[in-house]
Write a protein that binds this ligand. Sequence first.
Ligand SMILES: O=C[C@H](O)COP(=O)(O)O
Length: 249
Amino acid sequence: MRRKLAAGNWKMNGTGDSLAELAALAESHGAPAADILICPPATLLSRAADTARGSAVAIGGQDCHANASGAHTGDLSAAMLKDAGASAVILGHSERRADHGERDAQICAKAEAAIGEGLTAVICIGETLAEREAGDTLKVAGTQLAGSVPASAAGANTVIAYEPVWAIGTGKVPTLEQIAEVHDFLRAELTSRFGAETADSIRLLYGGSVKPSNAAEIFAVSNVDGALVGGASLKAADFSPIISALENS
Ligand SMILES: O=C[C@H](O)COP(=O)(O)O
């Protein structure tokens, strides 16, 4: 049985004041029936880890380098994230793919590095609107899944987030049938690559304009094990009801 996961991606948002939101979230979900992960910007990682210490909220990074150390100005290694208090890292987010030209092989190498450090790799995949309109959604999802998920993936170290690029921050959400189609496909692809036992242990998150008003119906969809939430994870008042909906799903 997969434990549900509510993951919040603060993206390039938040300063020290924002830790009050994290504290409020931790306070109101003392013993949750789902895992909770907040991924603040790197500048807040250590302070977020301090704020969340002893609570049910885990802290994650938003990217890492594939190498352990070296001449990579501006980058952070998986070991550095772990040292700062992270237990997970988001990899291959479509904003990283678009803004930094990240490709599947590079994301796969980052995931290997993260897993090697004992972090949970939250690997993101998803089609653009043009790809969906061309009928290529499953082809893109399959290619990104195969290319960016390493051979070492297992339920204990890997989470897949399906995030249609056109649904991120737009208020547009795929139909529940469209979400189910992709999630069922991803589960089948994982099964054929890793076998049923491993595939059934890997959590599949949906991401893209999840909010309190649509969370419950999305969490009822086949093979949706939680959500990767952007905008609605910034305020405890928005993220908390999403977590509650997941706990009750
Ligand atoms: O990582 C989170 C996703 O990009 C979703 O962002 P959003 O909830 O603001 O649409």
